[in-house]
Design a protein around this ligand. Structure first.
Ligand code: LLP
Length: 436
Protein backbone atom coordinates (compact mmCIF):
# COMPACT_ATOMS: atom_id res chain seq x y z
CA UNK A 1 0.00 0.00 0.00
CA UNK A 2 2.99 2.29 0.54
CA UNK A 3 6.57 2.09 -0.73
CA UNK A 4 8.81 -0.24 1.27
CA UNK A 5 11.09 2.61 2.36
CA UNK A 6 8.32 5.02 3.43
CA UNK A 7 7.97 6.09 7.03
CA UNK A 8 6.75 9.03 9.08
CA UNK A 9 9.08 10.60 11.66
CA UNK A 10 8.05 11.83 15.09
CA UNK A 11 6.85 15.11 13.64
CA UNK A 12 4.72 13.18 11.09
CA UNK A 13 7.02 14.20 8.24
CA UNK A 14 7.17 11.56 5.57
CA UNK A 15 10.37 10.05 4.23
CA UNK A 16 10.87 7.94 1.13
CA UNK A 17 14.11 6.39 -0.08
CA UNK A 18 15.89 8.12 2.78
CA UNK A 19 14.71 11.56 1.57
CA UNK A 20 12.26 13.93 3.22
CA UNK A 21 9.20 14.34 1.04
CA UNK A 22 9.13 18.06 1.87
CA UNK A 23 12.69 18.42 0.55
CA UNK A 24 11.83 16.57 -2.65
CA UNK A 25 8.84 18.88 -3.17
CA UNK A 26 11.01 22.00 -2.65
CA UNK A 27 13.85 20.76 -4.79
CA UNK A 28 11.86 19.45 -7.75
CA UNK A 29 8.52 21.26 -7.43
CA UNK A 30 5.04 19.77 -7.48
CA UNK A 31 3.22 17.81 -8.75
CA UNK A 32 5.98 15.24 -8.66
CA UNK A 33 6.16 11.52 -9.30
CA UNK A 34 8.57 9.84 -6.90
CA UNK A 35 9.69 6.25 -7.48
CA UNK A 36 11.26 4.26 -4.66
CA UNK A 37 14.11 2.13 -5.96
CA UNK A 38 13.95 -0.27 -3.00
CA UNK A 39 10.35 -1.21 -3.71
CA UNK A 40 10.93 -1.86 -7.41
CA UNK A 41 14.06 -3.86 -6.64
CA UNK A 42 12.24 -5.92 -3.99
CA UNK A 43 9.34 -6.68 -6.35
CA UNK A 44 11.61 -7.72 -9.23
CA UNK A 45 13.79 -9.86 -7.01
CA UNK A 46 10.85 -11.58 -5.41
CA UNK A 47 9.41 -12.40 -8.86
CA UNK A 48 12.80 -13.74 -9.97
CA UNK A 49 13.23 -15.88 -6.89
CA UNK A 50 9.70 -17.20 -7.16
CA UNK A 51 10.21 -18.12 -10.81
CA UNK A 52 13.60 -19.71 -10.22
CA UNK A 53 12.00 -22.09 -7.72
CA UNK A 54 9.70 -23.56 -10.34
CA UNK A 55 10.47 -26.82 -12.11
CA UNK A 56 9.92 -25.27 -15.56
CA UNK A 57 11.99 -22.73 -17.52
CA UNK A 58 10.68 -19.21 -16.91
CA UNK A 59 11.04 -15.65 -18.13
CA UNK A 60 9.87 -12.38 -16.61
CA UNK A 61 8.95 -9.64 -19.08
CA UNK A 62 8.23 -6.35 -17.31
CA UNK A 63 5.20 -4.67 -18.94
CA UNK A 64 6.50 -1.25 -19.95
CA UNK A 65 3.03 0.20 -20.38
CA UNK A 66 2.79 0.51 -16.60
CA UNK A 67 5.76 2.88 -16.46
CA UNK A 68 8.58 3.35 -18.95
CA UNK A 69 11.24 5.93 -19.70
CA UNK A 70 14.81 5.51 -20.92
CA UNK A 71 16.20 5.47 -17.36
CA UNK A 72 13.75 2.71 -16.39
CA UNK A 73 14.84 0.61 -19.38
CA UNK A 74 18.46 1.21 -18.43
CA UNK A 75 17.81 0.42 -14.76
CA UNK A 76 16.12 -2.88 -15.63
CA UNK A 77 19.24 -4.12 -17.40
CA UNK A 78 20.85 -5.17 -14.14
CA UNK A 79 18.43 -8.12 -13.83
CA UNK A 80 17.79 -11.02 -16.19
CA UNK A 81 14.40 -9.60 -17.12
CA UNK A 82 12.82 -8.94 -20.47
CA UNK A 83 10.49 -6.15 -21.49
CA UNK A 84 7.01 -6.18 -23.01
CA UNK A 85 6.48 -3.16 -25.27
CA UNK A 86 3.25 -2.22 -26.94
CA UNK A 87 4.15 0.42 -29.52
CA UNK A 88 6.99 1.70 -31.67
CA UNK A 89 7.40 4.47 -29.10
CA UNK A 90 7.89 2.05 -26.21
CA UNK A 91 10.29 -0.01 -28.32
CA UNK A 92 12.24 3.14 -29.23
CA UNK A 93 12.38 4.16 -25.54
CA UNK A 94 13.62 0.70 -24.52
CA UNK A 95 16.35 0.69 -27.16
CA UNK A 96 17.32 4.27 -26.28
CA UNK A 97 17.80 3.02 -22.72
CA UNK A 98 20.16 0.35 -24.07
CA UNK A 99 17.75 -2.56 -23.54
CA UNK A 100 18.69 -5.76 -25.38
CA UNK A 101 16.19 -6.24 -28.26
CA UNK A 102 16.58 -10.02 -27.86
CA UNK A 103 14.79 -9.68 -24.50
CA UNK A 104 11.89 -7.60 -25.86
CA UNK A 105 8.49 -8.86 -26.90
CA UNK A 106 6.28 -6.63 -29.00
CA UNK A 107 2.54 -6.50 -28.28
CA UNK A 108 -0.38 -4.47 -29.56
CA UNK A 109 -3.75 -5.16 -31.14
CA UNK A 110 -2.92 -2.76 -33.97
CA UNK A 111 0.67 -2.48 -35.08
CA UNK A 112 1.42 -0.34 -38.10
CA UNK A 113 3.53 -1.68 -40.96
CA UNK A 114 6.18 0.81 -39.90
CA UNK A 115 6.17 -0.54 -36.33
CA UNK A 116 6.37 -4.15 -37.50
CA UNK A 117 9.32 -3.31 -39.75
CA UNK A 118 11.01 -1.49 -36.90
CA UNK A 119 10.54 -4.44 -34.52
CA UNK A 120 11.87 -6.97 -37.05
CA UNK A 121 14.85 -4.76 -37.94
CA UNK A 122 15.62 -4.23 -34.24
CA UNK A 123 15.60 -8.00 -33.73
CA UNK A 124 12.98 -8.33 -30.99
CA UNK A 125 12.56 -11.79 -29.50
CA UNK A 126 8.87 -12.26 -30.35
CA UNK A 127 6.15 -10.29 -32.03
CA UNK A 128 2.87 -11.15 -30.31
CA UNK A 129 0.43 -11.32 -33.19
CA UNK A 130 -3.12 -10.14 -32.61
CA UNK A 131 -4.88 -10.42 -35.99
CA UNK A 132 -4.84 -12.14 -39.37
CA UNK A 133 -4.04 -8.80 -40.96
CA UNK A 134 -0.90 -8.54 -38.84
CA UNK A 135 0.05 -12.13 -39.66
CA UNK A 136 -0.10 -11.24 -43.36
CA UNK A 137 2.15 -8.19 -42.88
CA UNK A 138 4.71 -10.23 -40.94
CA UNK A 139 4.62 -12.96 -43.57
CA UNK A 140 5.33 -10.48 -46.34
CA UNK A 141 8.04 -8.66 -44.34
CA UNK A 142 9.67 -12.01 -43.53
CA UNK A 143 9.59 -12.91 -47.25
CA UNK A 144 10.99 -9.50 -48.26
CA UNK A 145 13.90 -9.88 -45.83
CA UNK A 146 14.16 -13.64 -46.34
CA UNK A 147 13.89 -14.05 -42.57
CA UNK A 148 11.93 -16.25 -40.20
CA UNK A 149 10.13 -14.03 -37.73
CA UNK A 150 9.47 -15.52 -34.30
CA UNK A 151 5.94 -14.95 -33.11
CA UNK A 152 3.47 -15.78 -30.37
CA UNK A 153 -0.25 -15.75 -31.10
CA UNK A 154 -2.41 -13.79 -28.70
CA UNK A 155 -5.46 -15.88 -27.84
CA UNK A 156 -8.72 -14.88 -26.20
CA UNK A 157 -9.56 -17.77 -23.89
CA UNK A 158 -13.00 -16.57 -22.80
CA UNK A 159 -12.13 -15.85 -19.19
CA UNK A 160 -14.09 -13.15 -17.48
CA UNK A 161 -11.92 -11.80 -14.68
CA UNK A 162 -13.53 -9.71 -11.98
CA UNK A 163 -11.91 -6.38 -12.52
CA UNK A 164 -13.06 -3.05 -13.95
CA UNK A 165 -14.73 -3.57 -17.36
CA UNK A 166 -12.24 -1.19 -19.00
CA UNK A 167 -9.26 -3.36 -18.01
CA UNK A 168 -10.69 -6.81 -18.73
CA UNK A 169 -9.22 -8.42 -21.80
CA UNK A 170 -9.69 -12.19 -21.70
CA UNK A 171 -13.41 -12.48 -22.33
CA UNK A 172 -14.70 -13.69 -25.73
CA UNK A 173 -16.02 -10.30 -26.80
CA UNK A 174 -12.64 -8.65 -26.18
CA UNK A 175 -11.05 -6.46 -28.84
CA UNK A 176 -7.77 -8.27 -28.17
CA UNK A 177 -6.47 -11.47 -29.69
CA UNK A 178 -7.77 -14.41 -31.70
CA UNK A 179 -11.06 -15.78 -30.42
CA UNK A 180 -10.83 -19.44 -29.42
CA UNK A 181 -14.59 -19.89 -29.64
CA UNK A 182 -15.11 -19.00 -33.27
CA UNK A 183 -12.33 -20.84 -35.12
CA UNK A 184 -10.29 -17.72 -35.86
CA UNK A 185 -7.47 -18.92 -33.65
CA UNK A 186 -7.36 -22.22 -35.62
CA UNK A 187 -6.99 -20.28 -38.83
CA UNK A 188 -4.16 -18.22 -37.33
CA UNK A 189 -2.29 -21.30 -36.07
CA UNK A 190 -2.60 -23.13 -39.42
CA UNK A 191 -1.44 -20.08 -41.29
CA UNK A 192 1.52 -19.54 -38.96
CA UNK A 193 2.53 -23.21 -39.09
CA UNK A 194 2.45 -23.35 -42.85
CA UNK A 195 4.42 -20.14 -43.36
CA UNK A 196 8.08 -20.24 -44.47
CA UNK A 197 8.77 -16.88 -42.89
CA UNK A 198 7.10 -17.28 -39.53
CA UNK A 199 8.08 -19.48 -36.63
CA UNK A 200 5.28 -20.00 -34.15
CA UNK A 201 7.05 -20.14 -30.78
CA UNK A 202 3.92 -20.33 -28.66
CA UNK A 203 0.77 -18.73 -27.31
CA UNK A 204 -0.02 -15.71 -25.22
CA UNK A 205 -3.15 -14.73 -23.32
CA UNK A 206 -3.69 -11.94 -20.80
CA UNK A 207 -6.95 -11.93 -18.86
CA UNK A 208 -6.97 -8.40 -17.49
CA UNK A 209 -5.33 -6.11 -14.99
CA UNK A 210 -5.54 -5.59 -11.22
CA UNK A 211 -6.88 -9.13 -10.73
CA UNK A 212 -7.04 -10.19 -7.12
CA UNK A 213 -8.29 -13.77 -7.57
CA UNK A 214 -6.25 -16.86 -8.42
CA UNK A 215 -8.71 -18.68 -10.65
CA UNK A 216 -8.49 -16.52 -13.78
CA UNK A 217 -4.72 -17.06 -13.95
CA UNK A 218 -5.06 -20.83 -13.55
CA UNK A 219 -7.89 -21.05 -16.05
CA UNK A 220 -5.91 -18.95 -18.50
CA UNK A 221 -2.83 -21.18 -18.35
CA UNK A 222 -5.01 -24.30 -18.53
CA UNK A 223 -6.75 -23.10 -21.67
CA UNK A 224 -3.42 -22.35 -23.37
CA UNK A 225 -2.22 -25.84 -22.48
CA UNK A 226 -5.43 -27.47 -23.71
CA UNK A 227 -5.14 -25.61 -26.96
CA UNK A 228 -1.45 -26.51 -27.35
CA UNK A 229 -2.36 -30.18 -26.83
CA UNK A 230 -5.05 -29.92 -29.47
CA UNK A 231 -2.48 -28.63 -31.94
CA UNK A 232 0.02 -31.26 -30.93
CA UNK A 233 -2.54 -33.93 -31.76
CA UNK A 234 -3.37 -32.24 -35.04
CA UNK A 235 0.12 -31.46 -36.27
CA UNK A 236 2.84 -32.60 -33.87
CA UNK A 237 3.68 -28.95 -33.11
CA UNK A 238 4.35 -28.06 -29.47
CA UNK A 239 5.07 -24.58 -28.08
CA UNK A 240 8.45 -23.50 -26.73
CA UNK A 241 6.82 -20.72 -24.70
CA UNK A 242 3.50 -20.08 -22.98
CA UNK A 243 3.01 -16.47 -21.99
CA UNK A 244 0.23 -15.92 -19.45
CA UNK A 245 0.49 -12.11 -19.47
CA UNK A 246 0.37 -9.89 -16.40
CA UNK A 247 -2.47 -8.47 -14.35
CA UNK A 248 -1.44 -9.51 -10.83
CA UNK A 249 -3.31 -7.15 -8.51
CA UNK A 250 -1.78 -4.91 -5.83
CA UNK A 251 -3.07 -3.27 -2.66
CA UNK A 252 -4.44 0.18 -3.32
CA UNK A 253 -6.25 -0.02 0.00
CA UNK A 254 -6.86 -2.38 2.92
CA UNK A 255 -9.70 -4.16 1.11
CA UNK A 256 -7.41 -5.36 -1.69
CA UNK A 257 -5.95 -8.80 -1.07
CA UNK A 258 -3.40 -9.63 -3.80
CA UNK A 259 -3.39 -13.17 -5.19
CA UNK A 260 -0.98 -15.76 -3.79
CA UNK A 261 1.57 -15.85 -6.61
CA UNK A 262 3.66 -18.75 -5.29
CA UNK A 263 0.60 -20.93 -5.32
CA UNK A 264 -0.53 -19.79 -8.77
CA UNK A 265 2.85 -20.31 -10.42
CA UNK A 266 3.41 -23.72 -8.82
CA UNK A 267 0.00 -24.92 -9.97
CA UNK A 268 0.69 -23.67 -13.51
CA UNK A 269 4.17 -25.25 -13.60
CA UNK A 270 2.69 -28.59 -12.46
CA UNK A 271 0.08 -28.44 -15.20
CA UNK A 272 2.73 -27.60 -17.79
CA UNK A 273 4.84 -30.59 -16.81
CA UNK A 274 1.84 -32.92 -16.66
CA UNK A 275 0.50 -31.85 -20.03
CA UNK A 276 3.73 -31.84 -22.04
CA UNK A 277 3.59 -34.76 -24.49
CA UNK A 278 6.27 -37.44 -24.30
CA UNK A 279 9.35 -36.47 -26.26
CA UNK A 280 8.57 -32.73 -26.14
CA UNK A 281 10.32 -30.14 -23.98
CA UNK A 282 8.33 -28.40 -21.25
CA UNK A 283 7.66 -24.88 -22.56
CA UNK A 284 9.04 -21.75 -20.94
CA UNK A 285 6.52 -20.03 -18.69
CA UNK A 286 6.54 -16.30 -19.47
CA UNK A 287 4.82 -13.66 -17.34
CA UNK A 288 4.36 -9.93 -17.96
CA UNK A 289 3.72 -8.08 -14.72
CA UNK A 290 3.66 -4.28 -14.82
CA UNK A 291 1.60 -2.80 -11.99
CA UNK A 292 2.83 -5.32 -9.40
CA UNK A 293 6.44 -4.22 -10.00
CA UNK A 294 6.10 -0.44 -10.09
CA UNK A 295 2.67 0.39 -8.64
CA UNK A 296 3.49 0.48 -4.94
CA UNK A 297 6.92 2.00 -5.62
CA UNK A 298 5.39 5.29 -6.74
CA UNK A 299 3.92 8.20 -4.82
CA UNK A 300 2.70 11.53 -6.16
CA UNK A 301 3.34 14.80 -4.36
CA UNK A 302 0.95 17.72 -4.72
CA UNK A 303 0.81 21.16 -3.14
CA UNK A 304 -2.55 22.25 -1.75
CA UNK A 305 -3.65 25.38 -3.61
CA UNK A 306 -7.07 26.15 -2.16
CA UNK A 307 -9.63 24.88 0.30
CA UNK A 308 -13.31 25.68 0.61
CA UNK A 309 -16.59 24.58 2.16
CA UNK A 310 -19.61 24.34 -0.10
CA UNK A 311 -23.28 24.49 0.92
CA UNK A 312 -24.14 21.21 2.61
CA UNK A 313 -20.84 21.20 4.48
CA UNK A 314 -18.63 19.38 1.99
CA UNK A 315 -15.02 20.44 2.17
CA UNK A 316 -12.88 20.66 -0.97
CA UNK A 317 -9.12 20.63 -0.95
CA UNK A 318 -7.76 21.57 -4.38
CA UNK A 319 -4.25 20.57 -5.41
CA UNK A 320 -1.89 21.60 -8.21
CA UNK A 321 -2.29 18.35 -10.19
CA UNK A 322 -5.11 15.96 -10.95
CA UNK A 323 -6.48 14.11 -13.97
CA UNK A 324 -3.56 15.23 -16.17
CA UNK A 325 -1.11 13.26 -14.04
CA UNK A 326 -3.53 10.62 -12.71
CA UNK A 327 -6.49 9.85 -14.96
CA UNK A 328 -7.40 6.66 -13.07
CA UNK A 329 -10.01 8.05 -10.65
CA UNK A 330 -11.86 9.75 -13.51
CA UNK A 331 -11.51 6.83 -15.91
CA UNK A 332 -12.01 3.81 -13.65
CA UNK A 333 -13.40 5.27 -10.42
CA UNK A 334 -10.10 4.13 -8.92
CA UNK A 335 -9.66 5.08 -5.30
CA UNK A 336 -6.41 6.05 -3.66
CA UNK A 337 -5.09 6.55 -0.18
CA UNK A 338 -3.39 9.77 0.78
CA UNK A 339 -1.52 11.50 3.60
CA UNK A 340 -0.61 15.07 4.43
CA UNK A 341 3.05 15.67 5.14
CA UNK A 342 3.71 16.83 8.68
CA UNK A 343 0.21 16.07 9.94
CA UNK A 344 -1.17 13.12 11.80
CA UNK A 345 -4.52 11.45 11.33
CA UNK A 346 -5.04 11.71 15.10
CA UNK A 347 -5.03 15.44 14.62
CA UNK A 348 -8.22 16.87 16.11
CA UNK A 349 -8.70 18.71 12.84
CA UNK A 350 -9.09 15.49 10.82
CA UNK A 351 -12.13 15.66 8.61
CA UNK A 352 -13.81 14.16 5.60
CA UNK A 353 -12.57 16.01 2.52
CA UNK A 354 -12.74 15.73 -1.24
CA UNK A 355 -9.45 16.31 -3.00
CA UNK A 356 -10.03 18.02 -6.32
CA UNK A 357 -7.56 18.48 -9.14
CA UNK A 358 -6.75 21.68 -11.01
CA UNK A 359 -8.20 20.70 -14.38
CA UNK A 360 -11.28 22.32 -15.91
CA UNK A 361 -13.51 19.32 -15.45
CA UNK A 362 -15.93 18.66 -12.59
CA UNK A 363 -14.94 14.99 -12.74
CA UNK A 364 -11.36 15.87 -11.88
CA UNK A 365 -11.59 14.53 -8.35
CA UNK A 366 -8.54 12.67 -7.09
CA UNK A 367 -10.05 11.42 -3.82
CA UNK A 368 -13.70 11.53 -2.87
CA UNK A 369 -14.74 11.73 0.79
CA UNK A 370 -11.50 10.70 2.47
CA UNK A 371 -10.58 11.34 6.07
CA UNK A 372 -7.47 13.50 6.19
CA UNK A 373 -5.87 15.73 8.80
CA UNK A 374 -7.44 18.85 7.31
CA UNK A 375 -4.90 20.08 4.79
CA UNK A 376 -4.11 23.76 4.61
CA UNK A 377 -2.94 25.81 1.65
CA UNK A 378 0.74 25.03 0.83
CA UNK A 379 0.64 21.66 2.61
CA UNK A 380 2.02 18.71 0.66
CA UNK A 381 -0.48 15.99 -0.10
CA UNK A 382 0.87 12.56 -0.98
CA UNK A 383 -1.06 9.89 -2.88
CA UNK A 384 0.12 6.28 -2.77
CA UNK A 385 0.42 3.47 -5.33
CA UNK A 386 0.80 5.85 -8.25
CA UNK A 387 3.84 4.14 -9.80
CA UNK A 388 1.82 2.30 -12.44
CA UNK A 389 -0.43 3.82 -15.12
CA UNK A 390 -0.03 7.38 -13.85
CA UNK A 391 3.00 8.86 -15.61
CA UNK A 392 2.41 6.49 -18.55
CA UNK A 393 -1.17 7.76 -18.99
CA UNK A 394 -0.46 11.44 -18.27
CA UNK A 395 -1.72 14.12 -20.64
CA UNK A 396 -1.27 17.82 -21.30
CA UNK A 397 -4.95 18.65 -20.88
CA UNK A 398 -5.36 22.38 -20.24
CA UNK A 399 -1.78 22.73 -21.48
CA UNK A 400 -0.45 21.80 -18.08
CA UNK A 401 3.12 20.45 -18.30
CA UNK A 402 3.57 16.86 -17.13
CA UNK A 403 5.41 16.42 -13.80
CA UNK A 404 8.97 15.22 -13.41
CA UNK A 405 9.77 11.65 -12.34
CA UNK A 406 12.40 11.30 -9.65
CA UNK A 407 13.97 8.06 -8.39
CA UNK A 408 14.92 7.98 -4.71
CA UNK A 409 17.24 5.52 -3.04
CA UNK A 410 19.19 5.46 0.21
CA UNK A 411 19.17 9.20 0.75
CA UNK A 412 19.78 10.22 -2.85
CA UNK A 413 17.50 11.36 -5.66
CA UNK A 414 17.91 11.29 -9.40
CA UNK A 415 15.76 12.82 -12.13
CA UNK A 416 14.47 10.14 -14.47
CA UNK A 417 12.18 12.40 -16.48
CA UNK A 418 12.43 16.19 -16.45
CA UNK A 419 9.37 18.29 -15.71
CA UNK A 420 7.90 19.61 -18.95
CA UNK A 421 8.14 23.33 -19.53
CA UNK A 422 5.68 25.69 -21.21
CA UNK A 423 8.19 25.81 -24.08
CA UNK A 424 7.94 22.02 -24.42
CA UNK A 425 4.20 22.42 -24.84
CA UNK A 426 4.58 24.60 -27.92
CA UNK A 427 7.58 22.81 -29.39
CA UNK A 428 5.57 21.01 -32.06
CA UNK A 429 3.08 23.82 -32.65
CA UNK A 430 3.35 25.73 -35.92
CA UNK A 431 2.32 29.35 -36.40
CA UNK A 432 0.92 30.42 -39.78
CA UNK A 433 0.53 33.75 -41.49
CA UNK A 434 -2.77 35.28 -40.46
CA UNK A 435 -5.43 35.28 -43.21
CA UNK A 436 -6.94 38.55 -41.97
N1 LLP B 1 0.52 -7.93 -20.73
C1 LLP B 1 -0.49 -7.49 -21.52
C2 LLP B 1 -0.72 -8.12 -22.80
C3 LLP B 1 -1.29 -6.41 -21.09
O1 LLP B 1 -2.29 -6.00 -21.87
C4 LLP B 1 -1.04 -5.81 -19.84
C5 LLP B 1 -1.85 -4.69 -19.38
C6 LLP B 1 0.02 -6.31 -19.06
C7 LLP B 1 0.78 -7.38 -19.53
C8 LLP B 1 0.39 -5.73 -17.72
O2 LLP B 1 -0.65 -5.79 -16.80
P1 LLP B 1 -0.39 -5.41 -15.27
O3 LLP B 1 0.54 -6.45 -14.70
O4 LLP B 1 0.27 -4.06 -15.24
O5 LLP B 1 -1.72 -5.41 -14.67
N2 LLP B 1 -4.57 1.49 -17.60
C9 LLP B 1 -5.15 0.46 -16.78
C10 LLP B 1 -4.43 -0.86 -16.93
C11 LLP B 1 -4.41 -1.34 -18.35
C12 LLP B 1 -3.63 -2.61 -18.49
C13 LLP B 1 -3.44 -2.94 -19.91
N3 LLP B 1 -2.72 -4.13 -20.13
C14 LLP B 1 -5.13 0.91 -15.33
O6 LLP B 1 -4.67 2.00 -15.06
O7 LLP B 1 -5.62 0.19 -14.45
Amino acid sequence: MTPDSLFADDAHHLWIGGMRIADLASQYGTPLYVMDETTMKNRIESYLSLLSNLAVPTKLFYAGKAFLCTAMAQWLRRWPVGLDVVSGGELYTALAGGFDPEAIIFHGNVKTVEEIRYAIAAGVRYIVVDSLAELAIIESEGARLDRQVQILLRLTPGIDAHTHAFIRTGQFDSKFGFGMADGISDQAVSQALSSDHIELAGFHAHVGSQILEEDPFLANAQSLLDYAQLWHRRSGWWPTVLDIGGGFGVRYGPADEPPELTHIFHRIAEAMIAMTPKGCAVPELAIEPGRSIVGEAGVSLYRVGATKFVPGGKQYVAVDGGMGDNIRPALYQASYRAAVDGRSLDDTASAKVTVAGRYCESGDILLADVILPTPEVHDILVTYVTGAYNYSMASNYNRVPRPAVVLVSEGTSQVWVERESWQDLTRLDRLHRSEV
